[in-house]
Structures are given as C-alpha cells and as structure tokens.
Design a protein around this ligand. Structure first.
Ligand code: CA
Length: 430
C-alpha cells in the first residue's frame, strides 16, 4: 500500500491506490488533480519531471518489448498458456502513459486535501457504509485487531467505499507502464505478480480490472500486495477483491495493516496544543517521548489534559508552526506503509476518527498561505544552499534535509524554527 513512486502515478483517480510498500513517497508532498476529488483521494507524491513522448510509433516498440518480456516471464514460471490467455491482442494504452506523466506544478496544501478527504459527504457515506457492513466489519476487527472505522476510512479514501474501483484492464495498464522506461522495473514486477495471480486461478484476465496504474479492488491493492496480504474472508475458497461484495477486500486491508504492526486501541495521532516557547527542533519523526513526558514539556491535548500514554509519540506539524499540531504514534507509521504521504495518513486517521464520532480538528489551518510550487521549492533549495544552509541537493521536494536547512536558516534569522517552507521565507532569501 505505500508508495512513492507512484507519485506520479496518480493524479488520477482511483488509480493507484494500492499497497505498495516498495516505494516510499517523499516527505509530505501531495498533489491531487482536481478531477480526482470526486473519485480517489490518494495523494500523489511528486513525479520526476519528464515529457510525454508517447506516440503511435509507441505501439510498434511496445510489441517488440512484449516479445522480450514474455521470455522473462517464462523464466519466472509463467506458463505459455497463461501468457497466451492474458497477453492476447494486448496493445499499448496511451492514456495510461499520459496519466502517468501528468503532473501538477502546484501541490495542494494539506487543508485542501483534507477538505475533500474528510468532507461531510464522505463522513456521511462512511457512516452509512459502516452501518450497512457492520456485521462483517466487526468480524474483521475481531480477527485482525484493526478498528472497523480505520478499515472503512481506507475504503473511503481509496475508492469512495467501492464506488470508484477503476475500469482499466490491469494487465494492459501494467504492461504499458512496465514498457514505459520511467519506472519499468517496479511495474514489471507488478505485471509478473498479476500474471501469477491469473495463473493461480484467483481471477481471470478479463475480470482483473482496476485503476489505470494497476491498483485493484475496493482497497486498491497492487498485485504484489495481493500476493502477500490478500485473504479469503468469506470462506468461498477465493481471495476475491474484484467482487462487488467488499468482504475479502476489506479483510485484506485489515490483514495488511495487522501484518505491518497495527496496535488496536492506539490512536494514529491526537491533536495537541503546543506551549509558548515550544522547542520546534523536537517536532520531528525520530524524536519520540511518552505523552506524559510531552505533557511535562507543556504539550497536552486540546482539552488541556495530558494525552494518555498509548506509546512513544512524535510531534508532527503538517503546516508548520501554524495550523494543527499532532502527536503521532506507531500506528501512523502503519498507515504510512499503505501510502507514505503524510496527507494520506492524516486523511485516513482523521476520517476514521470522525467515523468513530470524534471531533473535527480544532486549530484553524493557515488557509491564506499557498504552498510553494515545484519550481519555487527548487529555487528555495538553491538559495538556502548558496546561503550556507545545505539542502543536500535540489529536487523540489521537502525532505528531511531541506527541513533541517530551513530550520537552521530560521534560527539564524530569529524566526520560528518550524522547518516549514513558505513563500515568505523564499522572498526573504531572494
Ligand atoms: Ca472469498
């Protein structure tokens, strides 16, 4: 379920959703094409810059690639009969490449993402889904130890509770993406896994459909995640995540989280209040304390009371020193294994809280600010490095090195050292 590369991948739709622990997304960057808002809310880590070069000539090259691929697939145990069945009359899907290459210059700020991810409509639809499927969700919770609201939140963000599962033939999408050089190795691995699924008889090639990026079913599993984590929960002998009946897919998502270390009863995160004079250098993932220790430093729940000692916790500031401050626990990292973008994890966590009847975030977001564009982030990195605050490279992403450099610059300038890059900061550097 996690993914990073797919950064690019998605922008689109229900697409990509899928377990893809192989790739880590970068930082908290997200992009979301506006068209996605009604379908999928998977945040998209930023893709590498590349030009769409696909053309009709592509199909000839695709057929040549396919011939060579078949040899490699046979070497990995895919039978001639599976290949003949699954790859018959396969053509290149230009639309998939276009979607893959499509990228936005501007990312959405976290609050805009959450406006869609945890909208009133999604909460209402989620409560209805919980109600409709409560029996099976309770059984899933009992077996895997993952709260039904969390499983339902994943269902809600991945496919709007099964409404947008994608209509692309998975083999065609994966073959197109494996042929395309940008992330060929990742997608060839997925394509082989998809052929293994067909060969095992779990589903026919014709029924294997999903997002344009190869994610399948209600909770958008990539083929490797299916092989590793999908379960047959309704007991009919097949792990069927493609069915209209979400039972196997929901149980598979719970199994995935359980196997990645989900702790039942532990929050993913809790909104907290920071004290005057808070040491922003302590707001980082690798600095953890027990909530009672955080309370001694003045970090308490919104109600002013210490947060319960659910385990070691870090402080996460999704919008820097302004906006919501979160105390996050190990379960945050478990959701991250499904999709590594901070915005996605917060979206899942907060939606699950709202489905469970907990309160909306109380602290207002800095809605007047816009986030830096890709180009502006690169400019910021260049200028910081030139000014002696080395970002260890210029890639337009806000990773840990950039955050550290921003923080060091803020400290040197007498600013609040929250490590959060703003337009104001860039203007100061110009
Ligand atoms: Ca089944």
């Amino acid at each position: 379920m996690t993914a990073a590369l797919w950064a690019s991948i998605v922008q689109a739709s229900a697409a990509e959703h899928a377990p893809r622990p192989e790739i880590r997304p970068v930082g908290g960057e997200i992009q979301l094409a506006s068209a996605d808002v009604t379908t999928s809310l998977r945040p998209v880590p930023r893709p590498t810059v590349e030009v769409v070069r696909a053309s009709s000539a592509g199909n000839a090259r695709f057929q040549a690639w396919l011939g060579a691929f078949e040899d490699r697939a046979r070497d990995q145990g895919i039978s001639q009969s599976t290949l003949g069945h699954a790859l018959a009359d396969l053509s290149y899907d230009l639309d998939v490449i276009k979607r893959d290459r499509n990228q936005a210059e501007f990312s959405k700020p976290i609050w805009e993402y959450l406006d869609g991810a945890v909208s009133d409509t999604r909460i209402a639809n989620g409560r209805a889904a919980l109600d409709r499927h409560q029996k099976v969700l309770r059984r899933i919770e009992a077996q895997y130890g993952v709260e039904k609201e969390v499983v339902t939140a994943i269902w809600g963000l991945e496919t709007s509770f099964g409404t947008y599962r994608g209509s692309n033939p998975t083999i065609r999408s994966l073959a197109t993406l494996a042929f395309d050089a940008r992330r060929a190795s990742f997608f060839e691995t997925q394509l082989i896994a998809a052929l293994q699924i067909i060969q095992a008889g779990d589903v026919s090639a014709g029924r294997m459909i999903g997002s344009w990026a190869g994610a399948m079913g209600h909770t958008q599993f990539m083929p490797t995640s299916y092989l590793d984590h999908a379960v047959d929960f309704d007991g009919d002998g097949r792990r069927d995540i493609w069915s209209d009946d979400p039972t196997d897919a929901l149980a598979s998502a719970a199994a995935y989280l359980a196997r990645h270390g989900w702790t039942k009863g532990q929050p993913w995160g809790v909104e907290v209040r920071l004290p005057e004079g808070f040491d922003y250098a302590t707001a980082k993932r690798d600095f953890t304390l027990m909530p009672s220790e955080w309370a001694k430093l003045g970090v308490v729940g919104r109600d002013g009371e210490p947060v319960a000692d659910h385990g070691q916790a870090a402080i996460l500031l999704p919008a820097g020193g302004q906006g919501v401050a979160l105390m996050i626990f190990d379960n945050f990292g478990v959701i991250e294994s499904y999709n590594g973008a901070d915005a996605y994890v917060i979206g899942i966590g907060h939606l699950s809280d709202r489905l469970a009847g907990r309160a909306p975030f109380q602290t207002p977001w800095p809605r007047g600010d816009r986030v830096l564009s890709f180009t502006e982030k690169k400019e910021l990195q260049t200028r910081l490095t030139k000014a002696g605050f080395d970002t260890q490279g210029v890639d337009g992403r806000t990773g840990p090195n950039t955050i550290d450099a921003v923080r060091a610059y803020q400290l040197a300038q007498g600013l609040v050292p929250d490590g959060y890059p703003t337009l104001k900061l860039l203007e100061r550097l110009r």
